[in-house]
Structure formats: C-alpha cells, structure tokens
Design a protein around this ligand. Sequence first.
Ligand SMILES: [Zn+2]
Length: 146
Amino acid sequence: MNNSNGAFSWEEGPINDNEKVCRKCLTGRPLAAFSKQSRSPDGHQLECKICNKLRHDLRREEINRHYREVYYPANREWLLTNQKANRKRADKPWPKRSPEQKERRKLTDAYRRLAAAERNLVKIKEKIRDLEGTQQRKTNESYTSK
Ligand SMILES: [Zn+2]
C-alpha cells in the first residue's frame, strides 16, 4: 500500500487480494477487518470495522446530545403530555393484512430469498476462483497490468 516514496497512493491499491486500505484511517488491514457489502466491487466496505464503529458511536453520541440539549428542552411540554398517548398507540396491534397484501409479501420474500441465493452463488464462485491457484492469478495480473 506504500509506494517508493513511502506515501500512500490510491491508484496502486492494496498490495494483495486479502488486504485492503481503509479510506478513513489509511491503514492496510486484512479483508476480515472490513464489513461485507455486496454492492462494492470487492464485496467489502471502504471503511474498516474500527472506523465504522467509531463513526457510529460518534453519530449516536451526537444524536443523544442533540436530544438532551436541544430537542427535549424545546419540546418538553409536548413530550410529557403526549407520553401517555404515545404509549397507548404503541400497544395497539398492527392492522390485519389483506389477502392481496399477504400474497405480495410472499412474493417479496421469495425475491429476497432468490437474491440471497444469488449472493451466495457469487461467494462460492469467488471461493472457486481463489482455489484455482496462483498460476491463474499470475496470468490475470500480467493481463491487467498491460
Ligand atoms: Zn479504518
């Protein structure tokens, strides 16, 4: 991940297939240190898990503080008087689904399972590619570097 000047270069990319450079802390880490993300080209997020957690923690902290210091004081009266009503609403059961809604739900679930199966297939294909050995990889590398 470091070029001859010792500086990081995005064009160069990670040094091997099992390593990736975190966009946030610019540290090379094993792929396992990145959360999975099927949309991304290498199947992993740009930020490492550590940076990701830090960002979420900071965001959560920010939201909590905003609620405590801004939202709650500004809406105190309304929140207190509506607490009872809000609780009552939460106790209400969900409205019953119509047969059409049930059918649509079944279809959505089927599509979701199909998408999951396809993702699984991609993973299996990747594993097979990994297992195909270094010879194959070397030919690919010399091909892409041209
Ligand atoms: Zn990071």
